[in-house]
Write a protein that binds this ligand. Sequence first.
Ligand SMILES: [Zn+2]
Length: 194
Amino acid sequence: MKLVETCKLLYNRKITVSAGGNMSVRINDSEVLITPSGRNKGMLEPEDMVLIGTDGSVISDGKPSIEHKFHLALYNANMDTGAVIHCHPLNCTALAVRGDGMRCNITPEGVLLLGEVPMIGYFTPGSQELVDAVAEYASSKAMLMARHGALTQGRNLEEAYNRMEELEFQAQLQLLVGDVDDLPADEIEKLSRM
Ligand SMILES: [Zn+2]
């Protein structure tokens, strides 16, 4: 799976809209390819992507996403992170605006694919405070960002994408089903060990 295909899939499935969000993939230990600043994610071509160093340097032409620093924080914290996806899916963002925590223990898939999903506080997009807040939860597969959106990481683009798609599904499910119980604790425990 390539970065441009991932962006089109996110856009076509309405997981990201217009120029919102930013997606990246690790090329090697010291280089990351990331979406450019301010572009519609359904209209990107391979040559639009920007090559940056894990030290924050911009290697190729183009202007990287304003949020490239929190992508780098995750790559630098986890050598096995191969891809990072940040976007503003409608249902995830609804939970993040309401300040409702993400519940991933109401179906087996939520437990298996996501585990605990923290909600970080609200910080201005592009700020160092936002980078620090993301870095604090660098070991999470996924997180919500208060009044902003969602973030996932994975060993490759497919894994990061699957986690984002599942996160948005779980958010929609949570909003649809209302006040239901979690799976039984012993079942959550069993699934967590799988
Ligand atoms: Zn954002």
